[in-house]
Design a protein around this ligand. Structure first.
Ligand SMILES: [Zn+2]
Length: 77
């Protein structure tokens, strides 16, 4: 089974087979498993891949802000 992973730092796609702890070739960050499956990814064109990537970037940003908010709240106490 091939899985599509995406890097949370430099947002490069990587196709990974089986390995659960995939690492980004570009920056060494631990990759996130995307919910795209391999066949879907192959069928996607450049534009669709970019669109998915943009959505992922937004999700990561929101997640980061949430975590930072939590950290800030803890520091205030
Ligand atoms: Zn990366």
């Amino acid at each position: 089974m091939l899985h599509i992973f995406i890097c949370p730092k430099c947002f490069n796609y990587r196709i990974v087979s089986r390995k659960p702890d995939a690492i980004c070739f570009h920056c060494g960050a631990t990759l996130h498993k995307s919910d795209i499956d391999y066949v879907e990814y192959i069928d996607m064109n450049e534009q669709e891949r970019k669109k998915y990537k943009d959505k992922f970037i937004n999700r990561m940003k929101m997640f980061k802000e949430k975590v930072e908010d939590m950290i800030t709240e803890q520091e205030v106490k």
